[in-house]
Design a protein around this ligand. Structure first.
Ligand SMILES: C[S@@+](CC[C@H](N)C(=O)[O-])C[C@H]1O[C@@H](n2cnc3c(N)ncnc32)[C@H](O)[C@@H]1O
Length: 234
């Protein structure tokens, strides 16, 4: 029987050096943000680089998909935002709850992001993902679910790696290597223009997708996508 995706992400969440923790999808963001929320809110793999929480348009409520250890959510909650994090990994959620136990208005739920959105009764002013679940879910399934759970005019913002030129759509890899147990892991890669078309087709507007240059332009940049759900007139 094949091992589950949940176990893959649990291994990813464990401290580096522990069994099975080597991981080819890390943004480096976890390590960079492991110690403090004081560094602020960022979207890129380079600390202090690029825009911050202003892209969320001052939400009262926010949902992060694939929140990891919850550093950005804690940052928002400390500013009074009612903040919810969803992550497939129980290891991540437990670590997040322990780390931020003293922060009010913050909760973490272990779940697949699509399953969570399908059964959610609430709506959020901002749904976002920082190299998180949006990267690892089929947008054709995810985008309608997000749209349905945004308050009128609410925002969707996410970041991830830019696509490798010519390699678009689902990208597969074996999460336990070629000699390990069979563990297919997928993520989805598109150009900014492809994301813009897809978001418009799913009823989002004010769509802006771009690749933010790295501090050293020779290094890997960051794909950053912003969109608004329908609803608020004027
Ligand atoms: C590359 S990590 C990024 C974590 C965090 N946003 C950060 O920057 O440190 C991706 C996260 O997404 C979570 N994830 C992956 N697929 C998911 C899914 N289908 N539903 C919810 N979370 C998921 C993983 O468990 C992991 O915590």
């Amino acid at each position: 029987m094949s091992v589950s995706l949940e176990s893959y992400w649990d291994d990813y969440a464990r401290p580096k050096g522990s069994a099975g923790s080597a991981n080819p999808v890390s943004s480096g963001a976890s390590q960079a943000s492991a110690t403090s929320v004081d560094r602020g809110f960022g979207w890129t793999q380079y600390e202090g680089h690029g825009p911050g929480e202003e892209l969320l348009c001052q939400p009262q409520t926010a949902l992060e998909l694939g929140c990891g250890k919850g550093n950005e959510l804690a940052y928002l909650a400390r500013k009074g935002v009612e903040a919810t994090g969803v992550d497939l990994s129980g290891v991540q959620c437990e670590a997040a709850r322990a780390r931020w136990a003293d922060v009010p208005g913050l909760r973490f739920q272990q779940a697949d992001a699509c399953a969570f959105l399908e059964q959610a009764g609430a709506r959020w002013d901002a749904v976002y993902s920082i190299w998180g679940a949006v990267w690892f879910l089929d947008p054709e399934r995810l985008l309608p679910l997000v749209r349905a759970r945004l308050t009128p005019g609410g925002v969707l913002v996410f970041s991830q790696a830019p696509p490798v030129e010519g390699c678009y759509g689902p990208q597969g890899m074996y999460g336990r290597g070629f000699r390990g147990e069979s563990l297919p892991v997928q993520r989805w890669a598109y150009t900014p223009a492809m994301w813009e078309r897809m978001l418009h087709a799913h009823g989002f507007d004010h769509v802006r997708a771009r690749v933010l240059e790295a501090p050293d332009p020779a290094h890997v940049g960051t794909l950053l996508v912003e969109a608004r759900g329908p609803g608020r007139s004027g």
